[in-house]
Design a protein around this ligand. Structure first.
Ligand code: COA
Length: 241
């Protein structure tokens, strides 16, 4: 990794909250400006995360962070590297408009806070750093783990959620997001129940099959309900999210 050597100069806090501005709160000494160095750190960690999850391309990079309303929590260990600190990992979250299936199989429109990417450097995994990042984020966002949605969680992450938050019973979905039992409890009225497609109790059909089923929904600006496929509904909301 071609990373800045002095993390403590670049990241004053143990956990930095980064957004579109790529501002960790302090200007470092040296030739490159702080933003460029922070971008390098995010890009390199993003590549390592993609490799660890066997993804074809990074889902986290400085340019992606600059063009989305996401928050990236970056954890350093300031004691390592001869007291100059090292980047330990990051947790990236953001809100997404999602169509989810509740326990009864009814489609619900939601816009939950989602975990979009989560990575701790290989050699430092299982040392409690992931939990530290997660606790910090929950406190910062004033949210509970069960109220969040998880984008394609890996087996390690699922084990993490079960161990630390007792999240083990997921509600089956037709997209890549995972939510747990408590997600649909005490949701606010902001979530608009859109449609209740006919289905056998407990049956969740694959996305490809669902595409052929029509559902009746309210669309923004419409004066009455219209019939569209769940896939159209999902596509429309993905494009707008
Ligand atoms: N195999 C199975 N479970 C693992 C694991 C592994 N290699 N690494 C972490 N876990 C789970 C376990 O529940 C573990 O508890 P245990 O050691 O008693 O079994 C717990 O996480 C440890 O918690 P903590 O030390 O706080 O987590 P962490 O610092 O290792 O961070 C991840 C958790 C998922 C961020 C980290 O393992 C990681 O970066 N994995 C690779 C990338 C990834 O899968 N990211 C998720 C993207 S969706």
């Amino acid at each position: 990794m071609d990373l800045p050597s002095d993390f403590n100069a670049l990241f004053p806090d143990r956990i930095s909250v980064l957004d579109q501005n790529l501002d960790a709160g302090r200007k470092p000494h040296g030739r490159l400006d702080a933003q460029t160095q922070i971008a390098t750190v995010i890009d390199e960690l993003g590549k390592a995360s993609a490799k660890a999850q066997q993804l074809p391309a990074p889902i986290t990079s400085a340019s992606k962070l600059q063009s989305n309303r996401h928050h990236l929590y970056l954890l350093k260990d300031g004691e390592r590297n001869g007291g100059r600190g090292v980047a330990v990992g990051y947790l990236k979250v953001g809100c997404k408009k999602l169509f989810l299936l509740d326990q009864q199989g009814a489609h619900v429109e939601t816009e939950p806070l989602c975990v979009l990417d989560f990575y701790v450097t290989e050699s430092l995994q299982r040392h409690g750093y992931g939990l530290e990042l997660f606790h910090f984020m929950l406190e910062h966002k004033k949210v509970k783990a069960e109220q969040m949605a998880y984008d394609r969680p890996s087996s390690k992450f699922l084990a993490f959620l079960e161990k630390h938050f007792d999240l083990k019973h997921s509600v089956p979905q037709v997209n890549n997001f995972v939510v747990f039992d408590g997600f649909f409890r005490n949701r606010s009225a902001v979530q608009l129940r859109k449609a209740q497609p006919k289905r056998t109790e407990g049956e969740i059909k694959p996305y490809s099959l669902m595409e052929r089923e029509a559902i009746r929904v309210w669309l923004p600006g419409a004066t009455s309900t219209v019939v569209i496929s769940p896939a159209e509904a999902l596509g429309s909301y993905w494009r707008n999210s």
